[in-house]
Design a protein around this ligand. Structure first.
Ligand code: NGO
Length: 497
């Protein structure tokens, strides 16, 4: 079967033409027209190691090449058209984001061995035919909790590269919680100096300097991924309270917290103190300046240690403070308990199917990002045998990760309110990066497909078959993916490297 029929996420349309396969060989060039240069260089960077070819990026068109064109059409800037003929490959899009998405499809039309870090023997055949494609939703996200266990910049970069191949365009970083504070804030240096010094289990933790964070944001942008930083307030704040006890109501410094914690929230900034509002304002001013993207995430989940009246007052006061920095504010769904303007985005993480508060807010215009925990939480165990992970929202094997529709998962939610989907990976039980890979793959491709592909492509037997073809690809990339028993994984063909 043509590799054109194993692309994940499923394209809007794909027409294989087996007589139109294209061979990448030593003479192939990559032609970049009208601003396509950076994406062309990225493509060359993917194809050079395994092929060993020079694959020069050139500006003048020539036969037998791979040509990337930004054609300024009036289509979706994230969409693309890909034509593979015997005589060459043409990738066209209205913007660089579309070209980048098209490159992810193109690499899946090559054999899995193209993903190898060392030179292989080929042949490097691109499956022939035509693809026309564009995303269903603007927000196709993944979240990484770097608090409960710390992950280095190099690890987060690898994470970015791995998720980008499934057309994910948002990386939400959960940067503060009870166990730690991971982003340098210059006005409040003890947040990382003290609050960044540990993690679940008491290990040394770590933090990102502002300079490292800027570099990371730029790296993500080079993969057409927007970073959304989350500093979780007013709950989930033990690390901040331990660093600055004046933020507590009683002024007593709590010890650093290195346990997993309960699921309901036990810490809170003191919502009655003025210093709390100065803190939040100064923190988000610095974070906003570090963030070219349009969104800031303020948490607001699980505030059982905050008196309700104080919580509502806090949210209503903080929203305009954060909004003043020119960003759109996202909060977990609890934010909707307060009187929030319709610009605030709610991230739904409920376990059920009905949430009247979320449905009503969405009807008033608040956009919603869907992360239903029973389907989209990457920290849930796949099955009872999974060695790490939680099960409070149930087991989430690939069928569950794939088996929902963003438009109907919350009763009464107007489809127009759906901004997109996001798969959160909380890391209370996830200690090492190989475990991050294990929990993320292959569930993320399922959720990424819900975010990208039209509903009309939704078909579990077909998805299983397509995903099976990705086993060898992930294996060649050295990804420690979970070999879910639900997927008829294709064997790696040994001579394909
Ligand atoms: C909840 C909680 C997080 C936990 C996670 C574990 C949200 C939004 N708040 O999700 O602090 O880490 O569950 O599954």
């Amino acid at each position: 079967m043509s590799r054109m029929l194993t692309v994940v996420p499923a394209p809007v349309s794909a027409q294989p033409r087996p007589d139109a396969d294209f061979e990448v060989d030593a003479s192939t060039a990559i032609v970049a027209v009208d601003g396509a240069g950076p994406v062309a260089e990225y493509l060359a960077g993917i194809l050079r190691p395994a092929t060993g070819y020079a694959l020069p990026v050139v500006a003048d068109s020539r036969p037998g090449s791979i040509t990337l064109t930004i054609d300024g059409g009036d289509g979706d800037p994230a969409g693309y058209r890909l034509d593979v003929e015997r005589t060459g490959v043409a990738l066209r899009a209205a913007g660089a984001a579309g070209l980048f998405a098209g490159v992810q499809t193109l690499r899946q039309l090559l054999p899995p061995a193209i993903e190898a870090a060392a030179r292989g023997s080929g042949p490097w055949t691109v499956a022939g035919g035509h693809v026309a494609d564009r995303p269903r939703y603007a927000h196709r996200g993944v979240m990484l909790d770097v608090v409960r266990h710390f992950f280095t910049i190099a690890e987060v970069r690898r994470f970015i590269d791995l998720v980008a191949q499934y057309k994910v365009n948002v990386l939400h970083l959960h940067l503060s919680d009870d166990q730690a504070w991971r982003l340098e804030i210059r006005r409040w240096p003890r947040l990382t100096g003290h609050g960044g010094s540990t993690q679940v289990g008491g290990g040394p933790g770590g933090f990102y300097t502002q300079e490292q964070f800027r570099d990371l944001v730029a790296y993500a942008a080079s993969r057409h991924i927007t970073v959304i930083p989350e500093l979780d307030v007013p709950g989930h704040t033990t690390a901040a309270l331990a660093s600055y006890p004046e933020l507590t109501c009683d002024g007593v410094e709590p010890p650093l917290f290195t346990a997993i914690g309960n699921a309901t929230g036990f810490s809170s900034l003191c919502t009655d103190k003025e210093v709390t509002y100065r803190f939040v304002d100064e923190v988000f001013a610095e974070v906003a300046a570090l963030t070219p993207g349009g969104f800031l995430h303020i948490g607001t989940d699980e505030t059982h240690a905050t008196p309700e009246e104080g919580y509502l007052r806090f949210v209503e006061r903080v929203l305009p403070l954060v909004g003043r920095h020119g960003k759109t504010v996202i909060g977990w769904q609890e934010v909707l308990r307060a009187a929030v303007p319709p610009s605030v985005v709610a991230q739904y993480w409920g376990r059920g199917t009905d949430d009247a508060t979320v449905a009503a807010a969405a009807a008033r215009g608040n956009p919603v990002i869907l992360s239903p925990s029973k389907s989209a939480y990457l920290d849930m165990k796949y099955t009872e045998e999974t060695p790490i992970g939680f099960k409070w929202a149930g087991y989430v094997d690939v069928d569950k990760a794939y088996g929902w529709d963003p438009e109907t998962v919350v009763e009464g939610l107007p489809p127009s309110a759906v901004l997109g989907v996001e798969a959160p990976l909380w890391t209370e039980t996830v200690e090492r990066f190989d475990q991050v890979e294990y929990m993320t793959f292959p569930r993320l491709p399922a959720i990424a497909e819900l975010g990208w592909s039209p509903r009309s492509t939704h078909d579990w037997p077909d998805f299983r078959r397509r995903l099976a073809a990705h086993g060898p690809r992930l294996a060649v990339q050295g990804v420690n993916f979970h070999r879910s028993a639900l997927i008829p994984w294709e064997e790696q063909i040994p001579w394909e490297g």
